[in-house]
Design a binder for this molecule. Structure first.
Ligand code: ZN
Length: 178
């Protein structure tokens, strides 16, 4: 498995609308394996293919709890979603303090439906429909946004968003210069 480079805002690639996948092939599974590994190392709980520069409608998520004792092996519950679509969403919304691997070290409250039903193809290319709640529902909606060129800071005011983008750019530049 390979660790891929994650792109950060304001990379224009993050505004790309990703293309649907025709079939779940071994090549696509390799991409999903690499994305999952990249996400675990980051560490994060969700990653969309466009964040590693691939404009395909593919996301990986894992919201399993991380053990308090760092010596304990974390329980992994990876989910691979190909061509995910929201087919139903609850009227009830809630607010989560979201973060994003493409917006490192910045968090903001975002309101989304509390529960959604998602249609997708799994790792084996099987069609699935699943109702998701809580953190999983939030993460999957956040990742589907990436496939549509939306980053969570797009929900914030223009002023707040540009402040965050400037800070991320500055931090990335400092890393480059170091
Ligand atoms: Zn994100």
């Amino acid at each position: 498995m390979a660790i891929l480079d994650i792109i950060n805002v304001p990379d224009p690639l993050l505004k790309t609308i990703s293309k649907p996948v025709d079939a779940v092939t071994d090549e696509l599974r390799k991409l999903m394996d690499d994305m999952l590994q990249t996400m675990y190392i980051a560490p994060g709980i969700g990653l969309a293919a466009i964040q590693v520069g691939v404009a395909k409608r593919v996301i990986v998520v894992d919201v399993a709890e991380i053990p308090e004792n760092p010596e304990e092996e974390p329980i992994r519950e990876p989910k691979y979603l190909v061509n995910p679509e929201v087919v139903w969403e609850s009227l009830e919304h809630n607010v989560f303090n979201e973060g994003c691997l493409s917006v490192p070290d910045h968090y903001a409250d975002v309101e989304r439906p509390i529960s959604v039903k998602i249609r997708y193809l799994d790792y084996d290319g099987q069609k699935r429909e699943e109702r998701m709640e809580g953190l999983l529902a939030t993460v999957v909606q956040h990742e589907i946004d990436h496939l549509n060129g939306i980053v969570f800071i797009d929900y914030l005011s223009k002023l707040k968003r540009s402040m965050i983008v400037k800070k991320v750019q500055k931090a990335d530049k400092e890393k480059e210069d170091a």
